[in-house]
Design a protein around this ligand. Sequence first.
Ligand code: CTP
Length: 403
Amino acid sequence: MKDCDIVVGVTGGIAAYKSAALCSQLVKTGARVHVILTRAAAKFITPLTFQSITKQPVAVDIFDESDPSVIRHIHLADLADVFVVAPATADIIAKAAWGLADDMLSTTLLATTAPVVFAPAMNVHMFAHPAVQENIARLRARGCVFVDPGEGPLACGYTGKGRLAEPDEIAGVVEAVLGRRRDMAGMRLLVTAGATREPFDPVRVLSNRSTGKMGYAVAEAARDRGAEVMLVAGPGELPPPGGIRVLRVETALEMLDAVLENLPDCDVLVKAAAVSDYRPATVHTSKVKKTDGPVVVEFVRNPDILMEVARRRRADQVIIGFAAETDDVEKNARDKMEYKNLDYIVANDVSMPGAGFGTDTNVVTIYGRDGTARALPPMSKREVADCLLDVVVRARGGVKQES
Ligand code: CTP
């Protein structure tokens, strides 16, 4: 972490003393550590402790602008290569989740574009409270990383999950997050997301339940790691992510054209879209009126976009498909990887709770052509995206190690 700027936010909990050890550990790696204390944190531990450890000024009051050449919270927000909040109380997690900015730490957090790591510490019931869990899920979905609290006796007298993770563990996560920063610079990613929509008449369509969240998460994570990203997106509610070129498509045939046109210019294709395998054989120009009897609609096969890609791909490109399955997940996924000539396939048992369409979380295994299998625990789609991109970086000859 030599020469990195790490901003450490300390909030008001008994575990605040542990963050002095964390800062000391980060300083030893050669990083410059800039501490922000909330007013509550300063009741537990003094700014002088952190100033002595880090040899940097410590910020508490947002109106304390002792250096007239900078606006302090913006300066720290811009300076940060990574932002760590340890311990993170329920209060700062809520503020960050909802964009509140009423003191030095929350305002700097809102102003930073650096990756943010939260290490929560609080009473076991507070941590388990749905409000806290929902705020954590919200931040995870946005790309923030959490170092889960440990279990054990808590200062409040309870025993359970709520103890701040050990400084070693937090420092390890900070190092991993820093390693991801800009590790995809120069890489060009083409990502497809969402469902396709196949018209039957001006009113009706054939489609599926995909919302595009997984593909969007991959596109955003790659952008944040420095890649140049183009997103080919089916119709959906998700707002276009900033800093990403978005090509909107409706049907599988339009998606095929968009993918093939942009394939030569990409290093990596992530095909997260749920493409409709069939389309109505006839598209009526007027609304089809109902009749008393049953209706038979003829469907014709759409081209398989990945099969077309397989015919045209270069050997130096990394091609990743997804497999939405309900049965025999591994076999079906590996078969798909084989016949679609993919390098990796992300297999997704869509019948499992917390996996599949419309959820913010996913449960996947990433299978590789090289025989590897990486089963990931349930995590946010954004975290799945980062794990997948770790695999991409490795495949492209990067230095990342799978954990
Ligand atoms: N896919 C594609 N073109 C299609 C159908 C699927 O490119 N016409 C891609 C998807 O984007 C995904 C992968 O193929 O990356 C697997 O999609 P999936 O729906 O799981 O499988 P299918 O190939 O459609 O097979 P089946 O429906 O029989 O499971």
